[in-house]
Design a protein around this ligand. Structure first.
Ligand code: ZN
Ligand code: ZN
Length: 584
């Protein structure tokens, strides 16, 4: 409440300032007021959600932990309602394009927070929401303060660990089995943060003996509280008569979550139907491509009669073309170099090739999950760079290395570098920080825009001649597309159509050419997330639709580079809002 009153006073001051400066136009004054509103709002938001503050590198409120009881939920709803009221009182029509987008982002974000707390109520059934360790990792490792101060903050933060986990367990009414299992796994893994390297840092720190003792005590209490939480969850799993909530959220909640998370005018049903139709289209294309490649790899050997077998056989053959584990890193580094050159030569971006983006071996603590990823510094953190992390395959067991290399063979690994690095995630992230200039876009990001962009660039690069229109690349891209489409189908099948695990496994392995291990992993992901798997294809469709509309609007003035530059200049905003601005 106090921060709200302060915000009100602050806004009034800004209004008076606007009046006294006569040269200011109406828009400037609306924008100035809004900028002040945005700052105050964001600061209050981080105070309300201190864990989110940590993830965004804000550097403030790290000592606080919100006890996850029913009060916290009510308090959050009240917070959102008050800020929505305050937002609605701003002069929307007087705002600049960028601030109109910001207005809409804040509105959707707050409405979404209310929906999660009041309708979705995942705090009652998703046990994996409760985990103190991730926040602690960043409290210790972010460069927002000297080490001694960070350790003092950590000590304060951990004071409420016991109350935190007790409240969390009480809040869980009828959890799902899948999220309990995930929570156990992640909380057990998180305990490593309180291990030897932390105790070593405490030893060499400048903390007084009393401070050190208190911190060590707080750490021990936290470890104990986490272990108790894990043990309580394990008891539920062991209870034969326990009635778990189904992980399937059902059609109604899925539709609502789809709207809030993706911010799109498409309905899930529309996206699903398109995905099913596209899957058939790509499948037919792959059949023709595989047929055309047959002679090159198998000579006169008769083609398999079964279309599935034909495609799979050619894919398997192509997969054998891959780097050695010790050369994988160099091969992907070389992609990035060539990709940067290509996008400028082909006039696809104004990209400043000197802009820092580092290719590096993936830090050990991230290793083993994905073969490569894009890593950004938190939005508020000033220091730091954009990384294309590549896992060190020489550390993999031999068999795992071989299967990973077949999956990310000479063709698929190029698409991986496009998706993760240039012009996919890393490049988009750089534009986001450099061009949009508004921290709001970097903290309230839209997953459909981000993932849609990355998959959009795969096809766009091939259309513009990357890979020299080779049949191998086309077939490999087809397999990637099937995976993107299967993501939508699996998500909807499981949550809305009640389909069985068996049918999902069959879809993945038989029809989308995934290995059994990949299919198992994807199924698991679909049971602990909802809608996220739809973000790739939904975003992709929206970007392509917008590109067509923009081309029509610009007529002879249209260029692909202009579309890309303009589109990326709005940061990671929902495509729906970018569209409104680009077509206006
Ligand atoms: Zn091999
Ligand atoms: Zn991605």
């Amino acid at each position: 409440m106090k921060s709200l009153i302060l915000a009100g006073i602050f806004l009034m001051c800004m209004l008076f300032l606007g009046c006294s400066q006569k040269i200011e136009t109406a828009q400037e004054s609306a924008d100035t007021t809004f900028a002040a509103f945005e700052d105050t709002f964001l600061d209050s938001y981080w105070k309300q959600y201190p864990i989110a503050s940590i993830f965004n590198g804000y550097g403030k409120y790290y000592e606080s932990v919100v006890i996850p009881d029913s009060n916290a939920v009510e308090n959050n709803i009240k917070f959102s309602r008050q800020w929505l009221d305050s937002l609605e009182s701003s002069n929307y029509e007087g705002l600049s394009d960028n601030n109109k987008i910001s207005f809409n982002i804040i509105k959707n974000w707050l409405e979404s927070d209310i929906w999660y707390a009041d309708v979705f109520k995942d705090h009652k059934w998703n046990a994996s929401l409760y985990n103190l360790s991730w926040g602690c990792y960043y409290i210790i490792n972010q460069p927002y303060a000297p080490l001694d101060d960070r350790l003092r903050i950590l000590s304060k933060h951990l004071e409420s660990a016991e109350r935190y986990y007790q409240a969390a367990f009480k809040t869980l009414l009828r959890p799902t089995r899948e999220h309990i299992e995930l929570s156990i796994l992640q909380n057990e893994g998180g305990l490593s943060i309180f291990g030897k390297s932390l105790t070593d840092s405490i030893k060499i720190s400048g903390l007084t003996d009393i401070e050190k003792n208190t911190l060590n005590e707080n750490i021990n209490k936290t470890i104990q509280a986490t272990k108790t939480f894990i043990a309580d969850l394990k008891k539920i799993l062991a209870d034969k008569n326990y009635e778990f909530r189904s992980f399937r959220i059902g059609k109604e909640l899925f539709e609502q979550k789809f709207r809030y998370d993706l911010v799109t005018t498409f309905t899930p049903q529309e996206i699903y139907d398109k995905a099913v139709a596209d899957k058939k289209m790509y499948y037919d294309k792959m059949y023709i491509t595989a047929g055309n490649l047959w002679g090159k790899y198998f000579g006169n050997r008769p083609k398999p009669a079964d279309t599935l077998v034909l495609i799979q056989t050619v894919i398997d053959k192509i997969s054998l073309q891959h780097a050695k584990p010790e050369h994988f890193f160099d091969s992907l580094t070389n992609h990035v170099y060539r990709l940067k050159k290509f996008i400028v030569q082909k006039n696809l971006f104004d990209f400043d090739t000197a802009y820092p983006m580092k290719v590096r071996i993936m830090p050990a603590f991230m290793s083993g999950v994905a073969v490569a990823n894009a890593e950004f510094t938190p939005p508020y953190q000033k220091e730091g760079e954009t990384y294309y992390n590549i896992d060190d395959l020489t550390t993999y067991p031999k068999e795992k290395a071989e299967s990973t290399l077949r999956e990310y063979n000479d063709y698929a690994s190029q698409l991986l570098s496009i998706h993760e690095a240039v012009p996919g995630h890393c490049l988009q992230g750089i534009y986001n920080n450099k061009k949009s200039g508004d921290v709001l876009r970097s903290v309230f990001t839209n997953g459909a825009m981000i993932e849609g962009w990355a998959v959009y660039t795969e096809g766009m690069m091939l259309d513009n001649g990357w890979g020299g229109h080779s049949l191998e690349m086309e077939l490999t891209h087809g397999k990637m597309k099937l995976r993107e489409l299967a993501n939508v189908i699996i998500d909807y099948d499981l949550h809305c159509l009640n389909k069985s695990k068996e049918s999902i496994m069959n879809l993945m392995v038989r029809e989308c050419f995934q290995t059994a291990a990949q299919a198992e992993e994807k199924y698991h992901r679909a049971t602990v997330s909802q809608v996220q798997l739809c973000s790739y294809y939904t975003g992709h469709l929206a970007i392509e639709a917008l590109r067509d509309e923009y081309q029509q609007k610009m007529g002879t003035q249209y260029s692909l580079k202009d579309f890309h530059e303009k589109f990326l200049s709005f940061g990671s905003s929902p495509i729906k809002y970018i569209r409104e601005r680009m077509l206006e």
